[in-house]
Design a binder for this molecule. Sequence first.
Ligand SMILES: C[S@@+](CC[C@H](N)C(=O)[O-])C[C@H]1O[C@@H](n2cnc3c(N)ncnc32)[C@H](O)[C@@H]1O
Length: 478
Amino acid sequence: MPTTEIAYKTYFDEFEVKSLVLEPTINYSLFKTEIKDKQAKQLKVFSKLETGLPMFSGTSFGSQVHFQNAYQTPVQRWFPYREGYSTMLVNAFIKELKITGNVFDPFSGSGTTLLASRINNLSSFGIDANPISVLVATVKNEQYNKSDIENILLEIERIKSFAKSNEKYQTLFDLADKVFNQEVLQSMLQFKEHIKEIENEKTRNLFFVGWLSIIEDVSNIKKEGNGIKYKNRKRTPTGYTNINKDVWEKQTFPDNKFDFVKTKLLKHLEKIIFDIESNYGNCEKKPTIFKGSCLNFDKFFLDEIQFTFFSPPYCNCFDYFEIHKVELWLGDFVTNKEEFRLLRNTGFRSNTNSLNNKPIIYKNENLENLILLFNSEKLWNSKIPNVVRGYFDDTYTLLNKLYRQTTQGGYVGIVVGNSAYSGVIIPTDILIAEIAKKIGFKVKSIFVTRHLTTSSQQKQELEFLKNYLRESIVLLKK
Ligand SMILES: C[S@@+](CC[C@H](N)C(=O)[O-])C[C@H]1O[C@@H](n2cnc3c(N)ncnc32)[C@H](O)[C@@H]1O
């Protein structure tokens, strides 16, 4: 497998980018006798896909492609968007590629690409299917002037003045009684009502984001892996045990639940106002953010794009609507099951809930050869082969549209992780590169930023191929 000498040595101020040193080429025929045929067949597909690609080691980006560090930084800390990356990462690419034109993020999530563009005084566009993401990104990229700050401070004082109400608040969220302690729930609903009364829209949205961002913290659930887990369910060496809900709540929450919720909310709002008062990222540019599917972005704006930087949902069945289910329901973004189902259908086809009987037009021989290796008995859902096909069909549609709207010489950067099903790796990074080439893009580089783990059942089966379980940044040029 070839490596390409790099032109990046002198760029990327904050990062060190090295040419990727690949393992000596493995003799596939020898390999075949030692490991299962299935792995050898996968390796053959991967080698074919990787031939000629400019692979780089981008381990210095490794700490920036996830949210752990980003969540400690100003503005990014306003909402815990676990799937986000850091502004530092986007910043490095903007500088490195000397971007001066429009920037676009088709999966704008919590608004990181837009925030970094703004800091660089660039115009940008974002779109996301999840209304929570749209709200969070909008609030984070808003301009707050002196009178806004005064208004926010006044409203903080108003929140401080509230005492526990005797009213019984209602919610349409049918799991609310399981997900929350009753008194915590009532306090959260009471504060929601107070926030709804705020007249100034900018301030109201800001407070609402503050309120949304403490939901997980004050609830009985946590976001973990691909879904939501109850905090009273504990892993022990012999398996999981459930601590009785009442007992767990008694051990976890203080007696005064109203004060507990109020303190959490105020602490969070104080962090937010601190960042605003510190003038972080304040500039004249304000991004335009749409709510909708990125597959229709050309229906929202027709401006030319110089740089698109994004992280799509990965092809790993992670469901962005499921993970934000509690916030979507409690925040009244959805009010019935049908609305929730329809919202899910607007998602990229990366999970079993977003599959909406849409025809699959894009066919890829390499992908089909991998899907053939799936062991249907080990797949936890029979829709998975079509989820994978749908994923690359959507990717093809998006990249095609991006190609059309990108300026000549413009760039597309994609942060993406590979995934695995029943012992078969879906090498999304190099499959995207193949699709992009077919459309007309040049593949400038693929930076391998870090390696990923998989379920313990698949670990052993994938021992020889584990280097392909990775998170990369694919950089394309028109
Ligand atoms: C990996 S996250 C992006 C995170 C973002 N880069 C950040 O730093 O916050 C992927 C996003 O894709 C969004 N999404 C899923 N399907 C979509 C679609 N069809 N169109 C637009 N956005 C979609 C999800 O709601 C989620 O916010």
